[in-house]
Design a protein around this ligand. Structure first.
Ligand code: 13P
Length: 254
């Protein structure tokens, strides 16, 4: 975790209607009132962004969207622009989640365009990367991640790289209850930081926060957070219940 400020983000995926979202955020707000040493981010579905934005005003919770399109406006039926996200109260946006790569055809190149659009609009991109089980078993983890990292940040200025949050989510650990071991996760996070260092230098690599995602729960967060290159978590299932998400946010390293 080093000196970097921890960030715990909840990806609600395609869960929670507006009403359900309000209930969840209300409970969470109470449970984590006073937490000021962690950046807490929630990413509700688009249809719940407005109500959640309203409810978290003045609190220690910040808002993310789960996706964006790279144009500011235009005839792009069904898409949502960075300008719209900013005006709804978002300060972060998840980009290139493995579910979007897997089911919606996102590629390193579209992910790169989205990261650039987010940066232009001062949205912090939470840039997701991760290998599948087949890729890990074929010992391709590092080459896959190398390609995802360099493709995702292609032609982005060094000054902007420090603003990006990278989320390493091994696809085989998402929603499966299988987490990477602390050592496996640290090994990959270290590799990612080294790649950022090779591309942009040590100072920038030391600033970039790298979150771990994949079956993070209150009972495994501490083991992850003590690792030197793990700066937080991107949480799916456990962010859908206020008590478990609060348990992750309030992790304490003894
Ligand atoms: P789970 O925490 O449900 O495994 O999901 C992880 C994830 O995909 C977060 O973006």
């Amino acid at each position: 975790m080093a000196d970097r400020r921890p960030c715990i983000a909840g990806n609600w995926k395609m869960y929670k209607t507006g009403e359900e979202a309000l209930e969840l955020i209300g409970e969470l707000k109470d449970l984590i009132a006073g937490v000021d040493d962690v950046d807490v981010v929630v990413a509700p579905p688009f249809t719940a962004l407005s109500v959640v934005a309203d409810r978290i005003k003045g609190s220690n919770i910040q808002l993310a969207a789960q996706n964006l399109y790279w144009e500011s406006e235009g005839a792009y039926t069904g898409e949502i622009s960075p300008t719209m996200l900013v005006s709804t109260g978002c300060s972060y946006v998840i980009v290139g989640h493995s579910e979007r790569r897997q089911y919606f055809g996102e590629t390193d190149s579209t992910v790169n365009r989205k990261i650039k659009a987010a940066l232009v609009h001062n949205l912090v991109p939470i840039f997701c990367i991760g290998e599948s089980l087949e890729e890990r078993e074929a010992e391709k983890t590092f080459s896959v991640l190398d390609k995802q990292v360099s493709g995702g940040v292609e032609s982005i200025a060094a000054d902007d790289i420090g603003k990006i949050i990278i989320a390493y989510e091994p696809v085989w650990a998402i929603g499966t209850g299988k987490t990477a071991s602390n050592e496996q996760a640290q090994e990959v996070h270290h590799f990612i930081r080294k790649r950022v260092s090779d591309l942009y230098g040590k100072d920038i690599a030391n600033i970039v926060r790298i979150l771990y995602g994949g079956s993070v729960k209150p009972n495994n967060i501490v083991g992850l957070m003590v690792q030197p290159d793990i700066d937080g978590a991107l949480v799916g299932g456990a962010s859908l219940t206020a008590s478990s998400f609060a348990g992750i946010i309030k992790f304490k390293i003894s």
